[in-house]
Design a protein around this ligand. Structure first.
Ligand SMILES: [Fe+2]
Length: 427
């Protein structure tokens, strides 16, 4: 289920936005998709998607597995002649991007313009700078290599470089992307956000203390290139946070109101791959088999939730993260057991499948306890209060989280009072 909405968060329950687009030919691809989703849960947590129309959409080409970075130069040469290479400063140094990426590209006749200014929690201004750079050098291709931030920035730079208006107008939902921009190749170096296969870009407006998405199917990458060898140098705490983000996305994608058989298959396998290998990669960073499982699991979780959407963990994670400047994956990790306990009455059957996929047994509750033990082993706090949450902020956080598309996709309907209760448990 997709919509052509660029606004904050697409509501999977309502019909897709159709206003403001005049050319019917341009409407057809994204807008003929329904978006009435998906799963209905009975009291025992059985799910019934019969009679509901679902749409599954993902990137055109996914290349994954050890050593797959070697395919980049061929793919790039197929798509363009001058690439804006979007990355962060630390990735540039850590990965030796010059040797691994730029020289092979040049060897295939692809010129490279380096844009290495992406920060954590990227701002609208960073995207504007990237667009200016791509226009000045007349780039015809964008390649992102890095974590979710670098991929999200490259995604919007590619999407908007030929579009009218400014980034803020798209961020605020005043304009919509109505056609594909430049070709885009996404190469994650964490496992991960799944950003390489999603159609949204999470950006921050520091002026308004707002963190939300620009969302459009036109932002889907042309190629996602997922090489687990790029994740070998991730520090343990980044492995833990990004891995818990991926696990949360797999579980929320598996149980969301927009889930269905296609996304379920991807999401449940992702739970297994991530849940059984995260501690291994955290404790032995050079374990390539564990890294490969995490990269593939993160990719599959991203494919699932891009169509199925997420849940209340992600609804809360953005307003919490933007207030306390904590990594997204860390915030998701802390919230996950609380939201799972809240959801348990309506998705017991599916949580039993999660428990089995984790290797934790057959009982739904056992999967939640497994995750709590995993957090302890990863050195992740069990309450948001340990890194800043105070009672005075709870009202504002709950109000910010309530209208989020992720909150609306949560399998159990969520009220303001429910969010307040979850946050109070976290003090
Ligand atoms: Fe996430």
């Amino acid at each position: 289920m997709i919509g052509n909405s660029l606004s904050k968060e697409f509501d999977p329950i309502k019909a897709p936005a159709t206003q403001g687009i005049e050319d019917p030919a341009k409407q057809e691809a994204p807008l003929c998709a329904l978006a009435k989703g998906g799963a209905v849960h009975d009291r025992e947590g059985r799910q019934d998607s019969v009679g509901h129309i679902l749409t599954f959409q993902t990137v055109e080409k996914i290349i994954y597995g050890r050593g797959s970075l070697s395919q980049l130069s061929c793919e790039a040469a197929r798509l363009g002649r001058k690439a804006l290479l979007v990355t962060g400063m630390s990735s540039l140094k850590r990965l030796g991007v010059l040797d691994k990426v730029i020289r092979p590209l040049q060897g295939k006749g692809v010129d490279v313009v380096l844009f290495n200014k992406v920060e954590a929690e990227p701002s609208l201004r960073t995207v504007e700078l990237g667009i200016e750079e791509a226009r000045r050098h007349q780039c015809d291709l964008v390649i992102s290599i890095g974590g979710g931030s670098a991929i999200d920035v490259g995604k919007v730079v590619a999407g908007l470089v030929r579009a009218p208006g400014n980034v803020r107008e798209y961020f605020l939902g005043k304009r919509e992307i109505v056609e594909k921009g430049l070709p885009f190749i996404a190469i994650p170096t964490t496992a991960g956000t799944g950003a390489e296969v999603t159609m949204n870009s999470v950006l921050t407006d520091p002026e308004g203390l707002v963190k939300q998405s620009i969302r459009s199917p036109f932002l889907l990458a042309d190629v996602a290139l997922v090489d687990p060898e790029l994740t070998l140098t991730m520090p343990p705490h980044i492995t833990a946070y990004s891995g818990m983000d991926a696990l949360t996305q797999a579980i929320e994608g598996f149980t969301s109101k927009g889930s269905g058989p296609v996304t379920d298959a991807l999401a449940l396998k992702a739970v297994e791959l991530i849940g059984r290998n995260l501690l291994r990669a955290y404790e032995a960073p050079g374990d390539i088999e564990a890294r490969e499982a995490l990269s593939t699991g993160s990719l599959m979780a991203g494919m699932a939730f891009a169509s199925a959407r997420l849940g209340a963990v992600h609804g809360l994670a953005h307003p919490v993260g933007v207030r306390y400047h904590k990594p997204h994956g860390l915030v998701c990790a802390v919230l996950l057991p609380y939201v799972m306990r809240f959801n348990l009455p309506v998705v017991a059957r599916k949580y039993a499948e999660v428990a089995a996929a984790l290797g934790a047994g057959e009982a739904a509750e056992a999967g939640i306890r497994y995750i709590e033990r995993l957090l302890d082993r990863l050195g992740i706090p069990r309450k948001l209060g340990e890194f800043g949450l105070v009672e005075n902020d709870i009202d504002a956080i709950a109000r910010d989280a309530l209208p989020s598309g992720s909150t609306k996709a949560n399998p159990r309907d969520v009220t303001y009072d429910d969010l307040v209760a979850i946050l109070k448990e976290n003090l």
